[in-house]
Design a protein around this ligand. Sequence first.
Ligand SMILES: NC(=O)c1ccc[n+]([C@@H]2O[C@H](COP(=O)([O-])OP(=O)(O)OC[C@H]3O[C@@H](n4cnc5c(N)ncnc54)[C@H](O)[C@@H]3O)[C@@H](O)[C@H]2O)c1
Length: 357
Amino acid sequence: MADKKLKVAVIGVGGISSVHIKGYLALPDQVELYALCDINPKTLKAKGEKYGITRLYDDHKKMLAELPEIDIVSVCTWNSAHAVCTIDALNAGKHVICEKPMAMNVEQAVAMKEAADRNGKLLMIGFVRRFGNDCAIAKDFIDNGKLGDIYYAKASYLRRNGAPGGWFGDIARSGGGPMIDLGVHVIDLVRYLMGRPQPVSVYGATFNKLGDFSNIKGKTGAYKSETTGEHVFNVEDLACALIRFDNGAVLNIDASFTLHTQTPVDGVELFGTKAGVRIGSELKIATEANGYLVDQNFDVKTGLDFAGLFENEIRHFVECVTKGIPCRAPAEDGVVLMKILCAVYESARTGRDVTIA
Ligand SMILES: NC(=O)c1ccc[n+]([C@@H]2O[C@H](COP(=O)([O-])OP(=O)(O)OC[C@H]3O[C@@H](n4cnc5c(N)ncnc54)[C@H](O)[C@@H]3O)[C@@H](O)[C@H]2O)c1
């Protein structure tokens, strides 16, 4: 346990900040929720009152200058502010966890990692799916060689009517649609489970045929941004891609906010020479035994359990800082993901295969 409590500041206190804060509040002996920052005064005031925090700032630079005692920072802004808030916090000597996607583009992501390296501080990326119960079980099987060599994977994060609203549809603040927002989770999960191979080429396509379904009657149950006001939708509504890795493996990915599908899905499948694993509402293994094709089921709950998921991520971030343990979601993996995501968009724009150096 740390001999003093870490003081945490949260920059961007909309929807997802609440699960970061919940994670910190679950560690009362190690962390003190110290300051909040948001450019939206209404949001800032409401969150200050909710958590009983009086150190409230509408400018992260001012907060960092006035509160040098801050130790760690969560960056939970919309995507276009990730780079500036993260780099300023690292330059001020703070350890940072930044939400996914790491940034808007590769240049920003590289600059963020360089700021962490230059200042000798931790920069962790919010690849929360690495902390899921389903990921842990699949990794256990993979690490024990039960799948053999993994050479192919499929990842789908398809919502039928799930545009999150707010800034998510505004390319100037999001950098893209479902590929950068949802695809990032499942691409990272596959890459993590494959042992973090490097991408070498990407062929992708994007569409904006249905928009955000603002014309559709009835509510969507999907996650919503807390940012209100005028919404635009100038990102893709569907994206798909083939990603080739340096170990020869290929990932086939699709992600949508809106799609005329009867099978919305959030799942990945990895196929190896000995077995395949499906990670979805439950985990299943397809294999062969004694000359038969066999399906293996589990006797424990294997579907992604959101209870405790973000707490696991935040606890790990705090342990990285206090105990110096290796970070499970380091900045270098954020940079790799940005290379993949940007290559999907470049390929969609040019109609060509994009090589990743
Ligand atoms: N890990 C996950 O599963 C998950 C889920 C949802 C969102 N996210 C990520 O979390 C981030 C935030 O998403 P959200 O859903 O909370 O959005 P949101 O719209 O609910 O909140 C974002 C907040 O950031 C504030 N903000 C923007 N720029 C700022 C700046 N420069 N300084 C201070 N505050 C600023 C906005 O005013 C807003 O209150 C995004 O990067 C998103 O991709 C991750």
